[in-house]
Ligand binder design. Structure first.
Ligand code: PLP
Length: 444
């Protein structure tokens, strides 16, 4: 049981890589890592260095490889959100951030990112209405709205209306319009969370004006008309238009969902703010990042006194939008048509030509050009199919494309991966070809 004497032990101390792992400070002096400290922050770079040191201690890499390994493992950006190529054919994909901003909106966000005059009149030096420019742009886009206000999202707009106009009272709503908006969130729960009571009328498929009329009583806060924006009920159905509801002597709040401001012939079944107000809605609520094509926001448009009441309600402060949203929103309204608008109107023949060019650039026997059906998605124009074209690839490329750089999201259909071009801006075509080539190479 004798232990080897100190003198007999192998001379570990000098060969053990653990002893030769460079110190953190020394690694951080590497020019690449020093530069990264400026863009990513010291903590993220240090974490990368420590991970590389750990690999060296385990003998996975040589001690002199630590700076290279640390540099290679650095995140690209300080935040983890990554730009992705949306080849799903879903124009408004909730998991992909719904509407992409226009270049003008992005520029407005960058300009507003520092100190900015969001609540100050530079001419007088006095405090000004927050986001006046964005509100003016919205009023100009919907001249029919006497009052306008912007909150955090569509759900916030509804919550503010319910709290200010119906807390402790009733919201009259059709059973056919009690919708789930996604991720388990349901409008009826949202509305009841404000202290308002739901007075459900009619049935899932049919509700008549008489159903609403019978429910109107002294407790009625408002009648709510919700656009079923993510499903279609067909067959033996009927619902009551805003114009008829507006005859019942109770304010009508129309949740149009998509944020279409005026009628669009391309989307004939989609309600819009102007038409709803003309039909007699006292208030319209909508999202900013659906068909409007802007940042996440909630729009409130309508009767001036009503909107002012909402704006002055204490809850409004908790739903306030930030300066970045106001900047992007105004630029979306005043600037060039946003990418969502462009994708909805993409010329089908041009999509086919691009798909054929991509196929040619890929030059693979396993690649073909196929007709595809894109959709609006994300709470707009349910059931509407937009003809499109896609490049079809083997389905096994889906995972490497999704995890590549940039990540590419397609749609697997009938055992093929479709890269639908409707939502891919043409300037991303080359990046798409490169991504597919890299994904194919790593599979072979
Ligand atoms: C999308 C949608 C909402 C929720 O809007 P967010 O901006 O996602 O909060 C509410 N109502 C309808 C009808 C919708 O389509």
């Amino acid at each position: 049981m004798s232990r080897p004497s100190r003198a007999n032990r192998p001379p570990q101390a000098t060969t053990d890589p653990r002893r030769r792992v460079p110190r953190t400070d020394a690694v951080l002096a590497d020019p690449r890592l020093a530069a990264a400290v400026v863009t990513l922050g010291r903590a993220q770079v240090k974490a990368s260095v420590n991970a590389a040191q750990e690999r060296a201690r385990r003998g996975e890499i040589a001690p002199e490889e630590v700076p290279d390994a640390a540099a290679a493992a650095l995140p690209r950006r300080a935040a983890s959100l990554r730009p992705v190529i949306n080849a799903t054919g879903v124009v408004l994909h909730t998991n992909l951030g719904r509407a992409p901003l226009s270049a003008a909106a992005v520029e407005a966000v960058v300009a507003a990112a520092g100190h900015t005059d969001v609540e100050l009149d530079l001419a007088t030096g006095r405090r000004a209405r927050r986001g006046q420019g964005a509100l003016d742009a919205l009023r100009a886009a919907v001249p029919y709205a006497a009052g306008v206000h912007v909150v955090n999202n569509g759900a916030a707009a509804l919550v503010l209306a319910a709290t200010a106009l119906a807390a402790g009272r009733e919201i009259i709503v059709s059973r056919g319009e009690l919708v789930e908006i996604g991720d388990g969130f349901r409008l009826p729960d949202l509305l009841e969370s404000t202290g308002a009571r739901l007075r459900e009328v009619g049935t899932t498929n049919r509700t008549a004006l008489a159903d609403y009329a019978a429910a109107v009583g002294p407790d009625a806060g408002f009648i709510l008309k919700v656009h079923p924006s993510n499903f279609v009920v067909s067959g033996f159905t009927s619902s009551v238009p805003v114009a008829d509801l507006a005859t019942l002597g109770v304010p009508v709040v129309a949740d149009i969902g998509s944020g279409l401001l005026a009628p669009d012939p391309l989307l004939p079944d989609e309600p819009d703010a102007t038409s709803s107000l003309k039909a007699g809605a006292a208030l319209v609520t909508a999202s900013g990042d659906k068909l409007l094509g802007g940042p996440q926001a909630g729009l409130l448009l309508g009767d001036a006194d009503l909107v002012e009441r909402l704006r002055r309600h204490p809850l409004a402060r908790a739903l306030r939008v930030d300066k970045l949203t106001l900047a992007a929103f105004e630029a979306t309204l005043r600037g060039p048509e946003p990418p969502t608008w462009v994708a909805l109107r993409a010329d089908v023949q041009a999509l086919k030509v691009r798909a054929e060019r991509l196929r040619g650039a890929l030059g693979d026997a396993d690649t073909e050009v196929v007709a595809s059906a894109a959709v609006v998605g994300g709470g707009g124009a349910p059931g509407l199919e937009l003809p499109s074209w896609a490049v079809a690839l083997p389905a096994r490329l889906a995972a490497p494309l999704r995890t590549g750089e940039p990540p590419v999201l397609g749609r697997v259909e009938h055992g093929r991966l479709l890269l639908d071009l409707r939502c891919v801006p043409p300037e991303q075509d080359d990046a798409l070809v490169d991504a597919v080539k890299r994904a194919s190479a790593c599979m072979s």
